[in-house]
Ligand binder design. Structure first.
Ligand code: F6R
Length: 610
């Protein structure tokens, strides 16, 4: 989604802003813009539709000078992607604003500001903010109070940064619903929606809380909370390296992240299994006592994270023997759901900022859950800060929009959660021991699975002219098929659907013909014979099938049936391992089709709006 970068310094900052925007490109955007002010308040504003490089070229040509500035990548919500709708938005040649989020009462504000004589130059909701600040500046003593007063009239979500040409040398920023971090340098300060943007200039960050307003000058940062009282927010050193956002020689972030999975799993499990048991504080302080009492698990998530939750449902019900429901966050948050007694709410999220998942957590707090646990990849995120218990994934920054390593790391964490629940309840020791062994062996098996890359690459050519594909799985592999279909559709734009294989003859079989490739996830488990019958049903309709199988499944490739054999591993980790060939498949199909693998059209990495 949209990205914000801001800086106030002694030195020229335009290059810092542009580099910050480059580092936020992965989030998805369709236009970009920058405003810089020199020490006299002379203001230059440059905006472009399209990529940051187009903006960078325009900036190079115009070489604006400035020591204070704000910049933005926009992912369109209100108003089409265009230069006119790109941020920063300005009012009266004086105030400039960049904004992430959505202002829900923008229509009403637009009407009243238009009646006051303000002229709107865009179709965005954001433009109301800048005119409102302009209007309030007439009755407020300074920029910070004007911004604070404006926030009191805004309904919706915002992370914003504001500059005023009449008081150069300061930035005012405000957060409610869209994350912002302050970066601390020596004699210079920065703001961004994601610390990755600022790693080349600082590693010291403070995360703003909901309702905070901060004023940044080169010498100081002062923060007030939602009630306008001065507060301090802890400054922490980031352990992410500045080059963590690089491609390390890979053609795409997605491919790099696929290959990072064994290491990401090792890091995520490190210190969390001790002598074969889940470490006492692995799921947060007090989790063991709590887990003893838990009789139901409610998982809430979106997209790929939801698919991970769907796998966990099989594990939790089968091995822990308690009920588990999984729901898409955007549904959960808007319906009256039944809360089971002694129920644990689990949110899953790579970014920790997904608007619907966060809203679901906030809603759940009033519903009587025993506690909330988040399994999340970003330590400074809202989900981590607002959950009772946290299992921090250590996948490292995930830049490719299509989630890969976050999915498999979530699965490893969820298998560990199933084990932790069993251990707390002193049940199913056999599963507990098996899970420990399987998880320890997992990175090695993943590395083995990488050897399939080239055969899958060859096979992907056959998808190039296809418009649709079906993915089939049974049991805990059904959600793996769902994830495979999601990956294929989002980066190659081939319409793909996943079905529980037994469901095929209840409708989707009608779609099957030679133009509909059917991908089957078929590890050797107790459902294999059933799955084989489903495969025969499909083959009899003339489909071309791609079966990802265990080497001891006894499938043979023949015309119309391509078999990719995986080395056999413990059934507990099969959903994690079988995800890898499906990731390769979507990656190489996208490559054949020439789509933008890392930044697929219309999508954003972190979905901070509803
Ligand atoms: C798909 C993908 C999305 C995310 C979803 C939730 O590849 O990445 O479906 O999984 O937007 O995001 P997080 O996990 O950050 O809450």
């Amino acid at each position: 989604m949209c990205g914000i970068v801001g800086a106030v310094a002694e030195r020229p900052i335009v290059e810092i802003l542009i580099e910050g925007l480059r580092r936020l490109e992965y989030r998805g955007y369709d236009s970009a813009g920058v405003v810089v002010l020199d020490q006299q308040g002379n203001t230059s504003c440059i905006k472009r539709e399209g990529k940051v490089e187009v903006l960078a070229k325009a900036v190079k040509e115009q070489s604006p000078q400035g020591t204070t500035g704000i910049a933005h990548t926009r992912w369109a919500t209100h108003g089409v992607p265009s230069e006119r709708n790109a941020h920063p938005h300005q009012s009266g040649n004086r105030f400039s604003v960049v904004h992430n989020g959505i202002i829900e009462n923008h229509e009403e504000l637009r009407k009243s500001l238009s009646a006051d004589g303000y002229t709107f130059n865009s179709d965005t909701d954001t433009e109301v903010i800048v005119h409102l600040i302009h209007k309030l500046s007439a009755v407020c003593p300074d920029l910070r109070s004007a911004v604070f007063a404006a926030t009191q009239q805004l309904v919706g979500a915002y992370g914003m940064a504001v500059v005023d040409s009449q008081s150069p040398g300061q930035l005012v920023v405000a957060r409610s619903g869209s994350p912002l971090v302050i970066g601390y340098g020596l004699g210079e300060h920065f703001v961004a929606s994601d610390q990755l943007a600022l790693l080349p200039v600082t590693r010291r960050f403070a995360v703003l809380e909901e309702g905070d307003v901060a004023r940044l000058t080169k010498e100081s940062v002062s923060i007030t909370d939602a009630s306008g009282e001065p507060v301090s927010r802890p400054i922490k050193e980031s352990d992410i390296t500045a080059d963590a956002g690089g491609k390390a020689g890979y053609k795409h972030y997605m491919l790099k992240e696929i290959f990072e999975q064994p290491e990401a799993i090792r890091r995520t499990l490190q210190g969390r299994i001790v002598d074969g048991k889940v470490a006492e504080d692995a799921f947060g302080h007090g989790s063991v006592e709590l887990f003893k009492t838990i009789k139901h698990v409610q998982i809430v998530a979106c997209g790929t994270s939801y698919n991970a939750g769907m796998v966990a449902r099989y594990w939790i019900e089968q091995y822990v023997g308690i009920s588990c429901s999984v729901e898409i966050a955007s549904e959960f948050r808007y319906r009256k759901s039944f809360v089971h007694k002694d129920s644990l709410l689990v949110t899953l999220s790579q970014s920790g900022e997904t608007a619907d998942t966060l809203a679901a957590l906030r809603l759940a707090k009033s519903l009587g859950y025993s506690a909330s646990l988040t399994i999340c990849n970003v330590e400074t995120s809202s989900l981590v800060r607002e959950s009772d218990l946290v299992y921090l994934m250590k996948a490292g920054p995930e830049i490719g929009v299509a989630s890969t390593k976050a999915f498999t790391v979530q699965l490893a964490a969820l298998l560990l959660l199933s084990k932790a629940l069993c251990e707390a309840k002193s049940i199913n020791q056999y599963f507990c021991e098996e899970a420990a062994q399987a998880l320890n062996a997992l990175p090695g098996h993943m590395e083995q699975a990488f050897s399939l890359e080239h055969s899958i690459k060859a096979l992907s050519e056959q998808f190039a002219d296809k418009k649709h594909a079906l993915f089939l799985g049974r049991g805990d592999q059904y959600p793996v098929a769902m994830e495979g279909a999601l990956k294929l559709k989002e980066i190659s734009y081939i319409h793909a659907e996943a079905y529980a294989a037994g469901e095929l003859k209840h409708g989707p079989l009608a779609l099957v013909d030679a133009d509909m490739p059917v991908v089957v996830v078929a590890p050797n488990n107790e459902l294999l014979d059933k799955l084989k019958s489903n495969i025969e049903e499909v083959r009899a309709r003339g489909s071309v099938m791609y079966v990802f199988a265990d080497s001891d499944d006894h499938f043979e490739s023949e015309p119309g049936l391509d078999v990719v054999n995986m080395a056999h591993a413990n059934h507990l980790i099969a959903p994690i391992l079988f995800s890898i060939p499906l990731q390769f498949l979507s990656y190489y199909v996208a490559l054949v089709k020439g789509t933008d693998v890392d930044q697929p059209r219309n999508l954003a990495k972190s979905v901070t709006v509803e």
